[in-house]
Design a protein around this ligand. Structure first.
Ligand code: NAP
Ligand code: MG
Length: 401
């Protein structure tokens, strides 16, 4: 069988630990045998980032800007413990955070639903998609430990003055402070990206923040969102889509009673937390996909979970693992489908969709990794190993081709 030709390269960002192992298996068993694709490879494994003083991360984001489509494996965001573990020069910043700030994108996270997994939240029938703002706040914060009494102020010194000073706190004893920021342009493109996504998928759009407490910072987000929704009121109405602003705690409670089929737009940190809640609620972290969409229409696809560290340590001890590769596979298929769409090559898009069908067919036939076993009805007698599952998908895919 001739391989399907992919016109334009796809940028491939490799990663760490268990997901790095899964990543290589997917490429070898599900992609390379079927697809003739030029992969622009960037190794974002933590050791390579350390070796290049993290230049590789910036270069990979630039490559996505250039080629338009990237697929990314999960990566370690090092903390002090990881610095020791991997003998790193320092606690390099989150590669995802950096790529997000370069692409200035919005992250949409969507659970993969299968017929035989009932969500933990009984009312959830359709995907809840999280639109996570991907710039600033905590992820671009500056922090300081205050170890002696003293005043901490925020000073704003605009070109041409006058200066504004705001007392953050008058410390009588030790404590800690943080400064965060965001940009009008970024919030606006976040709001627009969410509205565009809601329109294209015909989903009601919620945006939540805490403007009752954060009367300036969060209110700034709320106002921009409202203005952008108002600017597209006609299109939203025509599509029968309602835009709602809700307080974050209210929305979180309401979400538990909804059937799903909602795009929930959230600020950076809220989106981080709630996408994991939603992923767990729908079944497994291994079943949540994520796409970063830039305002200029560049796309980076990845799994929403991390490097599955605990499983990797088992793997290193020579123990068999049963790690769910579905979200990582869907990172590849998302990239392949988008590449086909942008290149105008429907056979490439079709192939991406075919891999997805093979994955769903396996799960619905009870061929699953360990994380899904307690969720599947009827409960499968056994589970697959990490590699066994990917092999089963490959076998189905070969039958379909
Ligand atoms: P994690 O990789 O998300 O895994 C946490 C736990 O969730 C796992 O131990 C496992 O539970 C379960 N899990 C997650 N993905 C799974 C899968 N595909 N199949 C089966 N079970 C899965 O988080 P972590 O282990 O705490 O973090 C490891 C590293 O990932 C950290 O260094 C962090 O910086 C990084 N991280 C990267 C990204 C990213 O690149 N997008 C995102 C988040 C975290 P059990 O142990 O109970 O089986
Ligand atoms: Mg998270």
């Amino acid at each position: 069988m001739a391989k399907i030709q992919v016109k334009t390269p796809i940028v491939e960002l490799d990663g760490d630990e268990m997901t790095r192992i899964i990543w290589a298996m997917i490429k070898e068993k599900l992609i390379r045998p079927f697809l003739d694709v030029n992969l622009k490879y960037y190794d974002l494994g933590v050791q390579k980032r350390d070796e290049t003083d993290d230049r590789i991360t910036t270069e990979s984001a630039r490559a996505i800007q250039h080629y338009g489509v990237g697929v990314k494996c999960a990566t370690i965001t090092p903390d002090a413990e990881r610095v020791v573990e991997y003998k790193l020069k320092k606690t390099w910043p989150s590669p995802n955070g950096q790529i997000r700030s370069i692409l200035d994108g919005t992250v949409f996270r969507k659970p993969i639903l299968v017929k035989n997994v009932t969500p933990a939240v009984r009312s959830w029938k359709k995907p809840i998609i999280i639109g996570r703002h991907a710039y600033g706040d905590l992820y671009r914060g500056v922090e300081l430990v205050v170890d002696k009494p003293g005043k901490v102020e925020i000073v704003y010194r605009p070109a041409g003055g006058p200066e504004t000073r705001l007392l953050l706190h008058d410390f009588k004893g030790p404590g800690v402070v943080m400064g965060i920021h965001n940009l009008e342009k970024s919030i606006r493109s976040f709001a627009r990206a969410c509205i565009t996504y809601a329109l294209s998928e015909k989903l009601p759009l919620w945006f939540s923040a805490k403007d009752t407490i954060s009367k300036t910072y969060h209110a700034y987000f709320k106002d921009i969102f409202a203005a952008e929704a108002a600017a597209q009121q006609a299109q939203l109405e025509q599509a029968g889509i309602q835009y709602r602003y809700m307080l974050i705690d209210d929305a979180a409670a309401q979400m538990m009673k909804q059937a799903g089929g909602i795009l929930w737009a959230l600020s950076n940190y809220d989106g981080d937390v709630f996408s994991d809640v939603v992923a767990a609620g729908f079944g497994s972290l291994g079943m949540m996909t994520s796409v970063l969409v830039s305002p200029d229409g560049q796309y980076e696809f990845e799994a929403a979970h991390g490097t599955v560290r605990r499983h990797y340590y088992e793997h290193l001890k020579g123990q068999p693992t049963s790690t769910n590769s579905v979200a990582s596979i869907f990172a590849w298929t998302g990239g392949i489908k988008k590449r086909g769409e942008l290149d105008g090559t429907p056979e490439v898009t079709r192939f991406g969709a075919q891999i997805e069908k093979a994955v769903i067919a396996c799960i619905e036939a009870g061929i699953v990794t360990k994380d899904l076993v307690p969720l599947i009805e009827p409960r499968p007698a056994a589970h697959q190993t990490t590699e066994g599952f990917i092999d089963a998908v490959a076998a189905r895919l070969r039958d379909m081709m």
